[in-house]
Design a protein. Structure first.
Length: 261
């Protein structure tokens, strides 16, 4: 009888221990980096729901719900299921559906809760469907929720422009095989499509190559701007330009070898 009592008691203690870990708390500073409870600006409550972990994030100051969503792991690193995001006043702002941390669809809402827009994404993250609605719920024809900027006539035309510019403005040291490498620039495509704020991210190690790459990007034609919620928006683009050690045979590659700038 005593043995049975000990077994039952042990089982009860084990269940209590498991139950204790069913809910855990996470604490974050203003930059959403983990910190102590004493210094927390945000708090995350993580609860086991039988098959998934459910997390709610709150503002410590006013206990306002900021996010709730589902995860595959107790560390809440792998999102699996819907996640809802709220404004600082607790109003639903948008929601995202995840499958193994991959976004599959996104929804946005008006302050009164009416659906504003949605997108559906494939396994590569490309948008396969998107629609927008007015505040009465009527669909807006031709509405573009999100669209990346695009060079006129597409990415092949952009690469041809870069290659043409290299061919017609090739530095002598590069032409004669004394310098080579690659250079990366970050630039902004404005809401109207113009290229601005061209900044060097990674140098080739040679001024002539870096300078040529910068001039090429600055000489770009206006792009078709990025669009968000049916309006043009600024978008940061990154471009790596290669200057290979062995020059390709470019003879006859272009109909015109007129300098770009």
């Amino acid at each position: 009888m005593l043995k049975l009592f000990l077994v039952v008691l042990l089982a009860a203690v084990t269940q209590a221990a498991v139950a204790k870990t069913d809910t855990t708390y996470l604490y974050f500073n203003k930059d959403w980096k983990e910190t102590t409870k004493k210094h927390a600006v945000y708090c995350g409550k993580v609860t086991w729901k039988g098959k998934v972990w459910y997390r709610q994030d709150f503002s410590v100051k006013d206990n306002m719900l900021l996010m709730d969503g589902y995860f595959s792991d107790d560390a809440t690193k792998v999102m699996n299921g819907p996640a809802r995001y709220y404004t600082a006043t607790g109003v639903l702002d948008d929601s995202i559906n995840y499958t193994d941390n991959r976004e599959t669809s996104c929804y946005w809402y008006y302050p009164d809760g009416m659906e504003k827009a949605y997108i559906v994404l494939d396994e590569k993250g490309e948008i396969t469907d998107q629609k927008g609605f007015d505040e009465s719920g009527a669909e807006i024809p031709g509405y573009i929720v999100q669209k990346k900027p695009e060079y006129p006539d597409g990415p092949d035309a952009w690469q041809k422009f870069i290659s043409h510019a290299i061919l017609t403005h090739m530095p002598l040291d590069y032409r004669e095989g004394r310098i080579w490498g690659s250079v990366t620039y970050i630039f902004t495509i404005s809401p109207t499509g113009s290229v601005t704020d061209v900044l060097l991210q990674k140098s080739s190690g040679y001024y002539d190559l870096d300078n040529l790459a910068e001039r090429i990007i600055e000489a770009s034609a206006d792009w078709l701007p990025a669009i968000q919620f049916n309006k043009g928006v600024a978008y940061k683009e990154k471009q790596e330009i290669f200057f290979p050690k062995i020059l390709p045979n470019l003879n006859g590659r272009f109909d015109s070898q007129k300098p770009v700038f």
